[in-house]
Design a protein around this ligand. Structure first.
Ligand code: C2O
Ligand code: CU
Length: 466
C-alpha cells in the first residue's frame, strides 16, 4: 500500500528529486519493526517536584519525575510502553508527532477509553521515523499538571554529526491542580473557563478560580535553579528544543551563539542559521551550536503572550571560570528570527495539488463567550472533517482572534511551505497559513490547538476517514 501512496502526483520531490526516487524513498510511517522490542514502564502517579531549592509542589508525574523520564529508542525498534495508572482519575498517553496506528494514539473518546485508576494499558508501535517528539496525557488538563516528557527516536544514520547533545524541555508551571470546571460534564472538555493565556485581568471571571502561574521552566527548573549545560571549546552541540507547555509560545535564544536549525518537528531540514526562534506549544526544533565563544552564557525562553518572566538555563564552557546566573537578555534576541519560509525539508513532501480543501476559521476568546471555535463550532459539538484514504488534503486556516494558535494534527506529517511538520503556529490578527497532507493513515484523528486551554474550550475537530 505504501507503493500506491508513493504514486506519481501524491508526493513531490524536495529539490531536484524525481518521482522515481519518491517511489523508492522509505515511508516515514512504518508498521513493521526493523529492530528489537524495547519495553518501558511508566507509572502515572502523584509526585512532589522541587522546581527551585525549597520550592516543592505536589503534582502528577511519570515515574516520580517532572518532566517524565526521557524515552530514547532507535529508529525501527518496537516500542512497548506499559502504563500503570496510580492517579485518582483516568489517563492516556499520546505520542505527539509519531504517526502511530490509530488505536495507539491515546485520545480519549476517539481512540480509547481512559485507563481507569488502578489499571494498566500497553501502547505498542514502531519507533519511526527518527526525530524529537513528546509524550503527554491527552485527558483534560493533565498535561499542565506535569504529565509530559520527551520521546527521542535516534537516527540509524544521522545526517548531522556532533560531540554532545542536550534536550531542553520548555514549560510553564501551575503549582497544584488546575481547578475542576464546575460547569463541565464528567469526561468532556471543560466549559466556561477562561484560557490561561488570556490577559490577566480576565482571570477569575465567571466565578472560575485559576491557579497562579509559578514561572517558566527549562527541564523542570525555575530560573533560580537554572540547569547548566556544559560544553568544551570546539565542540558541536546538538540541542533538542521541545515545547510541551500548557499555554506558552516561547522566543528562544542563546547569548553569544547563533543557532543552526537542523530539524523541525523531528524532520530534517537544510541547516539554516538564525539568531532566535519562536517555538509554539507542541513544536520541536533541533539546533546545532558551535562552541567557539568561551564563557558562561544565558539561554532564555521568553513567553511571547503575556508578561511572564523568561525561563533560563546556562551554557557553560568548561574552560570558563565564570559562575552564577548570567543576567540580562541575549543580544541574539535582536537578530534574525526563524520563519517557516526558511525551512527546506530533506525528505519527500506531499504535492500541493489538493483533492480536498477545508477552510478553517479559528476564533474565540471574547470575554463574554470564552469558547474557542473552528468555523464557529466548539468540540465536542463539532462536525468531523471527513476525508478519504489516498486523498491529498489541504487545511487553510485563518486566525480571527488575538492569540496564537499552534494547530496540531495527529497521525500525519503535513507540508507547510517546503517543510514537513505536525504542529504549526497560526499568528493572531488574521494570520493565515495552510498545510497539505496525504490521507495515508486511516482512523479517527484529532486536530486541535495545542494551547491546552483553547483545546479544553473547544478548539478541536475530529479528522475522520470515511
Ligand atoms: Cu500533543 Cu493532541 O497533542
Ligand atoms: Cu489556540
Amino acid at each position: 500500500s505504501t507503493a500506491a501512496l508513493a504514486a506519481p502526483g501524491l508526493w513531490a520531490g524536495c529539490r531536484q528529486e524525481t518521482t522515481d526516487q519518491a517511489e523508492a524513498a522509505p515511508p516515514l510511517r512504518r508498521t513493521t519493526p526493523t529492530g528489537p522490542t524495547r519495553t518501558v514502564r511508566l507509572r502515572v502517579e502523584p509526585i512532589e517536584v522541587e522546581v527551585a531549592p525549597g520550592r516543592i509542589y505536589r503534582t502528577w508525574g511519570y515515574n516520580g519525575a517532572f518532566p517524565g523520564p526521557e524515552l530514547r529508542v532507535r529508529e525501527g525498534e518496537q516500542l512497548q510502553v506499559i502504563v500503570e495508572n496510580f492517579l485518582p482519575e483516568g489517563t492516556t498517553i499520546h505520542w505527539h508527532g509519531v504517526p502511530v496506528p490509530n488505536a495507539m494514539d491515546g485520545v480519549p473518546g476517539l481512540t480509547q477509553d481512559p485507563i481507569a485508576p488502578g489499571e494498566t494499558f500497553t501502547y505498542t508501535f514502531v519507533a519511526a521515523p527518527s526525530g524529537s517528539y513528546l509524550y503527554h496525557s491527552h485527558v483534560g488538563l493533565q498535561l499542565d499538571r506535569g504529565l509530559l516528557g520527551a520521546l527521542i527516536i535516534e537516527e540509524t544514520t544521522p545526517h548531522v554529526s556532533y560531540d554532545r547533545e542536550y534536550t531542553l524541555v520548555l514549560d510553564d508551571f501551575l503549582p497544584g491542580a488546575p481547578q475542576p470546571l464546575a460547569t463541565s460534564a464528567p469526561g468532556r472538555p471543560g466549559r466556561g473557563m477562561m484560557g490561561r493565556g488570556m490577559m490577566g485581568g480576565m482571570r477569575g471571571m465567571m466565578g472560575i478560580q485559576m491557579p497562579s502561574y509559578a514561572g517558566s521552566l527549562i527541564n523542570g527548573r525555575l530560573p533560580e535553579a537554572a540547569p547548566v549545560f556544559e560544553v568544551r571549546q570546539g565542540e558541536r552541540i546538538r540541542l533538542r528544543l521541545l515545547n510541551p507547555s500548557g499555554a506558552s509560545t516561547f522566543r528562544f535564544a542563546i547569548d553569544g551563539h547563533p543557532l543552526l536549525v537542523t530539524h523541525a518537528d523531528g524532520r530534517p531540514v537544510e541547516p539554516v542559521r538564525v539568531d532566535n526562534l519562536l517555538i509554539g506549544m507542541g513544536e520541536r526544533y533541533d539546533v546545532m551550536l558551535e562552541a567557539t565563544n568561551p564563557g558562561r552564557w544565558a539561554i532564555v525562553a521568553i513567553p511571547v503572550e503575556g508578561t511572564h518572566a523568561p525561563a533560563r538555563a546556562i551554557l557553560h564552557y568548561r574552560e570558563s571560570r565564570a559562575r552564577g546566573l548570567p543576567s540580562g537578555l541575549p543580544e541574539t534576541l535582536q537578530g534574525r528570527t526563524l520563519t517557516y519560509a526558511d525551512l527546506r525539508c530533506l525528505e519527500m513532501l506531499p504535492a500541493r495539488r489538493p483533492d480536498r480543501t477545508f477552510h478553517l476559521v479559528l476564533s474565540g476568546g471574547m470575554p463574554m463567550a470564552p469558547r474557542w471555535t473552528i468555523n464557529g463550532q466548539a468540540y465536542p459539538e463539532a462536525d468531523p472533517l471527513e476525508i478519504t484514504k489516498g486523498e491529498r488534503v489541504r487545511f487553510r486556516m485563518i486566525n480571527h482572534s488575538m492569540m496564537l494558535h499552534p494547530m496540531h494534527l495527529h497521525g500525519h506529517f503535513f507540508r507547510v511551505g517546503d517543510a514537513l511538520k505536525d504542529t504549526v503556529l497560526v499568528l493572531p490578527h488574521m494570520g493565515r497559513i495552510s498545510f497539505d497532507f496525504i490521507a495515508d493513515n486511516p482512523g479517527r484523528w484529532f486536530f486541535h490547538c495545542h494551547n491546552l486551554y483553547h483545546l479544553e474550550n473547544g478548539m478541536a475537530r475530529e479528522v475522520r476517514y470515511r
